[in-house]
Design a protein around this ligand. Structure first.
Ligand SMILES: [Zn+2]
Length: 387
């Protein structure tokens, strides 16, 4: 009898120990990463390995969001002027509640955040107040892509000044870098135990040559370089997101070179592609990669905040997509699912009172036929998604 009871105690204690250690493993596995821009991991985390060895299956989910161009024309920063400086937060206030929802949010910071010291400017060679950055951080942006045709608008000085600001505010950036080491560091953000590597490239820099020997300043589209970086990203992260600057301005559908490059990126291992540059929205689409994975592509996210009006240039939006990481004894896999698009509209009156609002509510902000426009944009963005 006594022996039996003793055996029972041993059994209960061992059982509790097993439960406690499994919980610990799960907790360690789920623990948040630093989210810092130098979060490069060289090996798969141990807890994950243990979990699969024990025959356990884990599922982790993360929601990624992205918005289009933050393109600050002079009329926009003039409108943001206050007695003390600049304040762009009111411009984003009515969409902040949707922007803070995704676990990780990317924005395309099209104009350089060089700040007033370098002299503010609008089109064609932009330089924006740093308060633009304060406003997007306040609205939930977790990382900005900085490789675009305006990266070199203020030369190397502009890039260095913007990076100085992003470092002080701990805003991760990708695409334009301060030195070769900075370029080499993968930008891996971790949420809910899923590591996402963000990459960013542009087709060009408006004819401004990249200073000799300083290729690190901005990532130009180059298939060999992209292939190599995607390979590195896949080794160090669970999923790869590509922010890419491409396409023809003001064209609402992707051209063949975008489609061709998208297929290449999908085949190389990119899970989600967020496109920028045309200043208007181009649809979302699934691409089946050579290995059978499904890659989501949003060909263009349009303008999110800019001084451009009419012909769809004042319509942008937030795209969100779910990534599910399955950890099984056979290995890890990522599934991309549930892309959702929420269109937004930049309301303004006589080049003043710039406000980003939901397109479906834009009727009360001066857009005629807002409801119809909303339906049209939803069909435009979602059309190619359905089989
Ligand atoms: Zn552009």
């Amino acid at each position: 009898m006594r022996k039996k009871r003793y055996a029972l105690y041993v059994f209960i204690i061992s059982f509790l120990l097993v439960i406690a250690s499994s919980l610990l493993i799960v907790r360690m596995y789920q623990s948040k990463g630093t989210g810092s821009s130098d979060a490069v991991q060289t090996s798969a985390p141990l807890p994950q390995k243990k979990a699969s060895e024990a025959g356990k299956e884990l599922e982790e989910k993360v929601t990624l969001g992205a918005i289009g161009d933050i393109l600050i024309h002079d009329r926009v920063y003039i409108d943001a002027m206050t007695k003390e400086g600049y304040d762009f937060k009111p411009m984003l206030a009515s969409v902040k509640d949707i922007l803070i929802q995704p676990d990780l949010l990317l924005a395309n910071q099209e104009t350089v955040l060089g700040g007033i010291e370098l002299g503010l400017s609008g089109y064609p060679a932009f330089n924006s107040p740093r308060e633009v950055g304060d406003a997007i951080i306040d609205s939930g942006v977790d990382i900005v892509s900085t490789a675009n045709n305006h990266s070199l608008d203020k030369g190397e000085k502009g890039i260095q000044s913007a990076i100085g600001y992003m470092e002080t505010t701990s805003l991760p950036y990708v695409g334009a870098f301060k030195d070769p080491e900075d370029k080499k560091k993968l930008r891996i953000l971790e949420e809910n135990g899923v590591k996402i590597a963000y990459l960013s490239y542009t087709y060009g820099t408006n004819g401004i040559p990249v200073p000799e020997g300083k290729d690190y300043l901005v990532n130009l589209i180059d298939r060999a370089a992209m292939k190599e970086e995607i390979r590195r990203a896949r080794q160090n992260a669970d999923a790869v997101v590509m922010s890419i600057h491409w396409g023809n301005e003001y064209e609402r559908t992707p051209n063949n070179s975008q489609k061709d490059l998208a297929k290449f990126l999908a085949d190389e291992g990119v899970d989600v592609i967020f496109g920028h540059h045309p200043h208007v929205l181009q649809p979302m689409e699934w691409i089946e990669a050579e290995d059978g994975r499904k890659t989501l592509i949003v060909y263009s996210l349009g303008n999110f905040l800019s001084g451009q009006v009419r012909d769809y240039k004042d319509i942008g939006g937030l795209v969100t997509v779910e990534l599910t990481k399955n950890v099984t004894p056979g290995g890890n896999s990522i599934t991309v699912s549930n892309p959702e698009f929420t269109p937004t509209y930049v309301a303004s009156q006589a080049e003043q009172n710039y406000r980003v609002v939901l397109l479906k509510n834009a009727g009360s902000h001066g857009l005629p036929n807002a409801e119809e426009k909303y339906k049209e944009i939803m069909a435009h963005m979602n059309g190619p998604l359905s089989p």
